[in-house]
Design a binder for this molecule. Structure first.
Ligand SMILES: *[C@@H]1O[C@H](CO)[C@@H](O)[C@H](O)[C@H]1NC(C)=O
Ligand SMILES: *[C@@H]1O[C@H](CO)[C@@H](O)[C@H](O)[C@H]1NC(C)=O
Ligand SMILES: *[C@@H]1O[C@H](CO)[C@@H](O)[C@H](O)[C@H]1NC(C)=O
Ligand SMILES: *[C@@H]1O[C@H](CO)[C@@H](O)[C@H](O)[C@H]1NC(C)=O
Length: 411
């Protein structure tokens, strides 16, 4: 036992070690930096950093500033940094990563920022101004530049970014193009999920994966929507960044990302076969048994699913205090799936005291499929005729009874 604990401690400390990919260097155990010494315009510098899912280096404090100056070292080069000023007030100088302004920390030389000289900012490398920030004209001035990408953790996968591995289907000749449900299953085979995207940097990283490969103009991502547009990620992560094209039509519950210039997302029919992108945390060891089906909805706050607004696609629901019936509860469960599919409700246990227990299963059109009132062996199964199913459940409080549990699946 102790050996196992020690082994797992060693394993986790190894996998928690931060590394940098793509020839970047870990600086201050927090930033991955790379110096490009060929003088370039600001837009080219930003695009170069963006293709790695990064930005021009962001400097938030004196420690960062010193670390970056030291990193550039004795090259004698001035270099673009990730700040852009709208006016001469540092609180209007925005950091490239969208995470604040230079009002908290800046190191402008006297008389700067000065947007008459340009909104872009570079750091002087040598002389008395070494490490000081100076305004420069973005498209007229050419400078060396320093890119910053987030550190990640070691993993043998080919595309490793910010703690995740990205698995494009076209790198897998056997199943490059699949409809949504099969694509999701293929991701699960690799202990991954269809990709969720959480920042413009991550979107740019992914876009670059595909524009470099030049194999498709669009591919499936792991978002679904109901109508009207209320998209969510099937890996249950927060919808904290959205990039849906203003031109996206209103048909289709799935989304594809365009590999074109703006990398926007379009609604698409889930049944269409498409290239797709899977994502998994780095360090995931995938054994041959696929993981159990995931409840692909924002997780209900109540794990039983009681009174959830909607449970999607597949999952597990129970009476509220299962495996006990104390106290008595009344609950409603709303199940739904994509329009093309039906729902199967498979009770795995139904064990309740006959008096007062009443569990009703309703079909998509509201007609009642069953009323369950006691204990059933084997427990029953019901199918919806369309893409919705509703269960209302009153289970009386009776000592020694367990209540009920059920799995549901779309098919
Ligand atoms: C690659 O193909 C194999 C065989 O069809 C499949 O088991 C696996 O899930 C696929 N991986 C991806 C990422 O699609
Ligand atoms: C991408 O592929 C198409 C045809 O497959 C080709 O015409 C085009 O030049 C390629 N683009 C790049 C940037 O390689
Ligand atoms: C579920 O909702 C019903 C109706 O709104 C309410 O009567 C019941 O107490 C709720 N159940 C729980 C466990 O909160
Ligand atoms: C619901 O659909 C079923 C099966 O098609 C049908 O028998 C039933 O009458 C319908 N009920 C209502 C309320 O429309």
């Amino acid at each position: 036992m102790l050996v196992l604990i020690l082994l797992s401690l060693v394993a986790s400390s190894v996998s928690d070690t931060l590394i940098c990919t793509n020839g970047f260097t870990l600086v201050n155990s927090a930033k991955c930096l790379k110096l490009y010494s060929i003088p370039s315009r600001h837009r080219y510098a930003e695009d170069t950093c963006g293709s790695f899912g990064g930005t021009l280096v962001t400097i938030r404090n004196a420690i960062d500033n010193r670390a970056v100056s030291t990193f550039v070292g004795n090259t004698g080069l001035s270099y673009w940094i990730g700040v852009f000023c709208l006016s001469n007030d540092p609180s209007t100088c925005y950091l490239d990563d969208d995470q604040g302004t230079a009002s908290a920390y800046s190191n402008f030389a006297g008389g700067f920022p000065n947007v008459d000289l340009g909104g872009c900012v570079y750091s002087a490398a040598s002389g008395t101004l070494a490490g000081k920030w100076i305004s420069g004209e973005c498209e007229d001035v050419e400078m060396a530049f320093v890119c910053e990408i987030p550190p990640t953790r070691a993993d043998p996968c080919a595309h490793n970014y910010n703690g995740y591995c990205y698995l494009p289907s076209h790198e897998n000749a056997t199943s490059a193009s699949l409809p949504f449900t099969s694509a999701q299953a293929a991701c699960h085979q690799n202990c991954a999920e269809l990709v969720s995207i959480h920042s413009p940097r991550e979107n740019a990283y992914i876009q670059n994966l595909y524009s470099t490969a030049n194999v498709t103009s669009a591919f499936l991502i792991g978002a679904l929507t109901t109508a009207p547009l209320t998209p969510y990620w099937i890996d249950q992560s927060r919808w904290d960044y959205g990039h849906v094209s203003p031109r996206s039509g209103s048909s289709g519950s799935c989304f594809q990302m365009s590999t074109g210039i703006d990398g926007t997302w379009y609604q698409v029919d889930c049944k269409a076969s498409q290239y797709f992108l899977c994502k998994r945390p780095t360090g995931t060891v995938c054994n041959s048994t696929p993981p159990p089906p995931v409840i692909v909805t924002p997780a209900p706050t109540n794990p039983s699913g009681c009174n959830s607004t909607s449970l999607f696609d597949s999952g597990y629901i129970t009476s509220p205090s299962y495996p006990s019936t104390l106290p008595a509860h009344y609950c409603v469960y709303y199940l739904s799936t994509l329009g093309a599919y039906r729902i199967g409700l498979y009770f795995t246990e139904f064990n309740a005291y006959q008096s007062y227990t009443s569990v009703n299963v309703y079909d998509s059109n509201g007609s009642r499929l069953a009323t369950l009132t006691s204990s059933y062996s084997p427990p029953p199964t019901y199918y919806s005729t369309s893409n919705k199913m509703t269960i209302s459940s009153y289970v009386s409080n009776s000592v020694g009874y367990r209540g009920w549990a059920a799995k549901f699946l779309s098919f």
